[in-house]
Design a binder for this molecule. Sequence first.
Ligand SMILES: NC(=O)c1ccc[n+]([C@@H]2O[C@H](COP(=O)([O-])OP(=O)(O)OC[C@H]3O[C@@H](n4cnc5c(N)ncnc54)[C@H](O)[C@@H]3O)[C@@H](O)[C@H]2O)c1
Length: 382
Amino acid sequence: MAKKPLRFGIIGLGLMGREFGSAAARWCHFLNLDFEPVITGICDTNVALHDWFTDNFDTIKIKTTHYHELLASSDVDVIYCAVPHHLHAQMYIDILNAGKHLLGEKPFGIDLAANEQILAAIAQHPDLVVACSSEFPFFPAAQRIIAAINEGRFGTIIEASCGLLHSSDLDPTKKINWKRMIEFNGEYGCLGDLGMHALHVPLRSGWMPTRVMASLQNIVRERPNDKGEIVPCETWDNATLICEVDNEHGQFPLTIQTYRIAPSETNTWYLRVLGTKFSIEYSSKYPKTLRFMEYKPGGEQAWQTVDLGYKSAYSTITGGIFEFGFSDGLLQMWAAFCDELANGRAGMQQPFYCATPAETHQQHRILTAALASHQQKTMISL
Ligand SMILES: NC(=O)c1ccc[n+]([C@@H]2O[C@H](COP(=O)([O-])OP(=O)(O)OC[C@H]3O[C@@H](n4cnc5c(N)ncnc54)[C@H](O)[C@@H]3O)[C@@H](O)[C@H]2O)c1
């Protein structure tokens, strides 16, 4: 099948830039897609990172340390931008003004004001496809939870909880990097890094909280820098948000945890929804395992456990009996973004599209309220 090439430039060739490179290189994994990303341009101020791309991709026509050169290139139609948060607003706006489509990284602006500047630029360019990276909803179990929400199976929702948990910051000897500096990462700290992952499915489900109460912790307050000097580490390590979501039955609590210090957890994403008729839960800690419970009045209350195989939104060569993991989630997310780019949202092969700019704005409103709640020791209305 002839595939429509989508000519990508990447700005930021670090952890996530390379993950996208790897996803693009693995496009043959898909069955039945009539489009494919082709990496034609790369940009990073750190030239040492260029080599991995040029060694592995013979489609690159432009490599640069100045992103404006990438934006000026007629060989690039769409940009994946994965840079520190303080650069999001300026770069995303410049990308849009250059007429390039954009998959940006979360939190989509270092703070609410930056996010609103980006949204204003998007409004000026309604012809461009713009989305925010968020891969966990593409896990098979997450897709099953989303289907249950869409089918309204829960009866009255009793509570929902979601989060993303890391543990590597438990090590006080871990060196400080930009993600642990307010100047580059923002006042949100762990909330800006992890919040969109937790919030994507609740927001897509229409569960925008009306009230937010937050407890934030800075647990490791000093870290060594590259020179071995001990310097202040001022970002929030852990955040717990108790939110209230209003719905047709009244309201239910939505609890969100974004932890960089959750002992033993390595990128654990979870979502649990309890209802009077149906409950369901998934944690990527047990990547195959989905648990759910049907309840009929007077009946037994018994959880069922099912090991899900590789049942992805976009079909692939992998047999259904095998497991699904982080890089598979990213690959599926990239397929959804490229599908929207190639065919428009209405023409997508499957209905779940990437996180939208409007959802990033909702995220920022929640995170900003969380900062205010913690500071004022009160619940904030949205
Ligand atoms: N979706 C996810 O699961 C996920 C995971 C981690 C990070 N992220 C997000 O991805 C983004 C990048 O994070 P990362 O972990 O890849 O960081 P990183 O530090 O590994 O990479 C960022 C890159 O940006 C480059 N850079 C800095 N200034 C630049 C400039 N002016 N021009 C060009 N390049 C420049 C740096 O040299 C670096 O290579 C952040 O927004 C982060 O929140 C997303």
